[in-house]
Design a protein around this ligand. Structure first.
Ligand code: ADP
Ligand code: MG
Length: 373
């Protein structure tokens, strides 16, 4: 049996976006609550009931990019149509730099020139690859941005995904090696030493985009916004009345928008990687989209989701993937050595493993999930 939920889910969300996400229209947020409560990190539609109406109605826009529904909601009367147009341009610009599949992108050119020649890229792309490489080094390659061959071989989240032949997995695994990514800082060049190697920034790109949106909004003088890239949430600043944002943590066992509880934060990013995002089922076994470079197979370690709370969304995104691959023990150890960062693991058997800081933040509303520590 094969099952692939993503296209249907995306279709539904796009439809929702088309119906509700008018350009800059006052307060027309897709599935959101009146005062910005109830974004669900790891989910897309807001789940929490609307709380007291706030004086400032958000202006919002929904985009579809990076294979994801992106919603930006600005809680400021000054937000104008032009801001949403600028964001559209910004998102397209990011995609046209870091997409693995768009043949005009910088990353595509880096991959196409693997084993042939270094490629000069923009400082943004260079720095993002450098950041991804840092995580690869810190995890001895459990997180590996050179994972493009495995990602395209498994094709998880796309139509027709199935378990590939063993020899193809072995070959893709051989080409997945961050130690063969050469960065030349002075020349701003990236060189992949082996022909056929492929960089994939799917683990960090959406977080990076959230940071870029944040910077744009800050630059325009906005202090209050919810930036949501398919569960990668940046809760910018505070609510217009100065209160904390209330962000739902997706229940990995339920449809998007159902939460296990909420966390109250100001100016933080909340990013979740979960098995429910992109997967297929073959012979009764679920294969999700985070891969273990050492085995070449999807990680299957009892984890349902990992949520990170920190200050930069690119880091949160990389970390959610990293901790997923590392597993609970090594993941918690890793996060202890990462400043200003909190993490929550949810297991398939509904246990919660959290850093002490996350435990303090979480207002759990679902009793079927229990803390183990
Ligand atoms: P999503 O984009 O669904 O939110 P994540 O942020 O968790 O997901 O990143 C998963 C994506 O990262 C995969 O779709 C793939 O492109 C890439 N990836 C998968 N496994 C790894 C890994 N071990 N290291 C780095 N990137 C990975
Ligand atoms: Mg990630």
């Amino acid at each position: 049996m094969k099952k692939n939920k993503t296209p249907i889910l995306l279709f539904t969300l796009v439809l929702l976006a088309a119906l509700l996400g008018g350009c800059g229209g006052a307060g027309s947020a897709a599935g959101g609550a009146a005062d910005g409560a109830g974004r669900t990190a790891g989910g897309s539609a807001g789940a929490e009931p609307a709380q007291k109406a706030s004086a400032v109605q958000p202006k919002s826009q929904t985009y579809f990019i990076f294979d994801t529904v992106v919603t930006v909601r600005i809680y400021d009367e000054r937000a104008a149509e032009q801001n949403f147009k600028d964001l559209d341009v910004l998102l397209k610009e990011i995609d046209s730099r870091i997409s693995r599949t768009d043949s005009s992108s910088e990353i595509y050119k880096v991959n196409a020139n693997s084993g042939i020649a270094p490629v000069k890229v923009s400082p943004e792309t260079f720095n993002l690859v450098a950041k991804a490489l840092d995580y690869a080094k810190r995890t001895d390659g459990k997180f590996d941005p050179a994972i493009g061959n495995l990602v395209s071989l498994w094709n998880i989240g796309h139509e027709g995904a199935h378990v590939p032949p063993e020899e193809e997995i072995a070959e893709a695994r051989r080409l997945t090696d961050y130690r063969k990514i050469e960065l030349n800082e002075a020349a701003q060049e990236i060189y992949l030493q082996e022909k056929g190697m492929s960089v994939d920034l799917g683990s960090i790109g959406k977080g990076y985009a959230a940071d870029r949106i944040y910077d744009y909004l800050a630059d325009q003088g906005f202090h209050s916004a919810i930036i949501d890239l398919g569960g990668n949430v940046y809760a910018m600043g505070a609510k217009p009345n100065g209160d904390e944002w209330n962000i739902g943590i997706q229940d990995p066992g339920k449809e998007r928008g159902n939460s296990i509880g909420t966390i109250r934060v100001k100016d933080k990013t909340i990013v979740t990687s979960g098995i429910y995002e992109r997967f297929f089922i073959e012979n009764g076994k679920l294969y999700q989209h985070i891969l273990d470079p050492t085995t070449g197979y999807p990680v299957d370690n009892g984890i349902s989701s990992v949520t990170i709370v920190t200050d930069k969304s690119a880091d949160a995104d990389a970390l959610s993937t990293t901790l997923f691959v590392l597993g609970i023990d090594k993941g918690l150890e890793f996060i202890e050595n990462t400043p200003n960062t909190e993490a929550l693991f949810i297991t398939k058997d509904k246990k919660l493993y959290a850093t002490s800081g996350f435990k303090q933040l979480l207002h759990k509303t679902n009793d079927s999930y229990t803390f183990t520590n």
